[in-house]
Design a protein around this ligand. Structure first.
Ligand SMILES: [Zn+2]
Length: 252
């Protein structure tokens, strides 16, 4: 169908009479069938998390995390710490500028691989930086010329949080992938990598064994307490343990 609306209006066209007579213009008639051009984008994000592993933790617990990706990481191993209260609304959703700005301010320092991992894993709620420390890397597949993982690349690593009941650190394996496309074998590769990470976590000298993961439920709103040990202002209202250093928070 010709795109009549793209043509100049007759009044603007010197070749046409300035004021056409009624005989040359009829009323616009709605066609019997509207011809539509369809547009669509299908984004596919997926991921997996393992059971938790309870760790016998000391003051250097967090320092153990990057080592759990040795042998699996195909890029630099990055540590993404829990977000303090000023970033409590951060979400990778560009249509919500306040949340998006918080997210960019919190994560622009990370690599394209880490940001891609966070977009995927936060979008599917597999990690929550209100309480998780996330250690991640590229695990499988390719990156594009800008350094961002392709849709079928698998990213992920270890997410750790402090168990609110015991104060133990709980580690779980996390993998994710996705974008503008999907491939049938990515799920299988992801499952294999998840098992590899869990094996590494269990092989750590401080691992005490598998445990059911009860992730803290972060409450939206005013956030929690300032850690007397490290000064971290938690966005996690119910926290008994500082998400950043794991020390017990003192209630005022
Ligand atoms: Zn602290």
């Amino acid at each position: 169908m010709p795109l009549d609306f793209l043509k100049r209006k007759k009044d603007d066209d010197p070749a046409q009479p300035a004021h056409p007579t009624a005989a040359t213009t009829g009323p616009a008639v709605l066609p019997e069938e509207v011809v539509a051009q369809d547009f669509q984008l299908k984004l596919y994000y997926a991921g997996k998390t393992s059971e938790g592993v309870r760790m016998r933790t000391g003051p250097n617990a967090m320092a153990e995390l990057p080592g759990m990706l040795v042998g699996l990481a195909k890029s630099e191993i990055e540590v993404i710490e829990p977000l303090p209260i000023e970033f409590s609304q951060a979400t990778p959703t560009i249509a919500r500028p306040s949340e998006a700005m918080q997210w960019l301010n919190a994560h622009h320092v990370h690599s394209p691989i880490a940001r891609h991992a966070l977009v995927v894993l936060e979008s599917i709620d597999a990690v929550d930086l209100a309480f998780d420390t996330f250690v991640c890397s590229l695990l499988d597949g390719e990156i594009d010329t800008s350094g961002y993982p392709e849709y079928n690349a698998v990213v992920g690593g270890v997410a750790a949080h402090w168990d609110e009941a015991t104060g133990d650190m709980i580690c779980r394996a996390v993998v994710g992938w996705g974008g503008r496309g999907v491939r049938g074998d990515t799920d299988r590769i992801g499952a294999k990598l998840l098992a590899g990470i869990l094996t590494n976590i269990l092989a750590n000298q401080y691992a005490m064994g598998l445990t059911a993961v009860e992730r803290p439920m972060p409450a939206a709103g005013r956030g929690g307490l300032v850690c007397a040990h490290c000064g971290f202002a938690s966005a996690h209202e119910r926290a008994f343990y500082c998400p950043k250093c794991g020390m017990r928070l003192l209630r005022g």
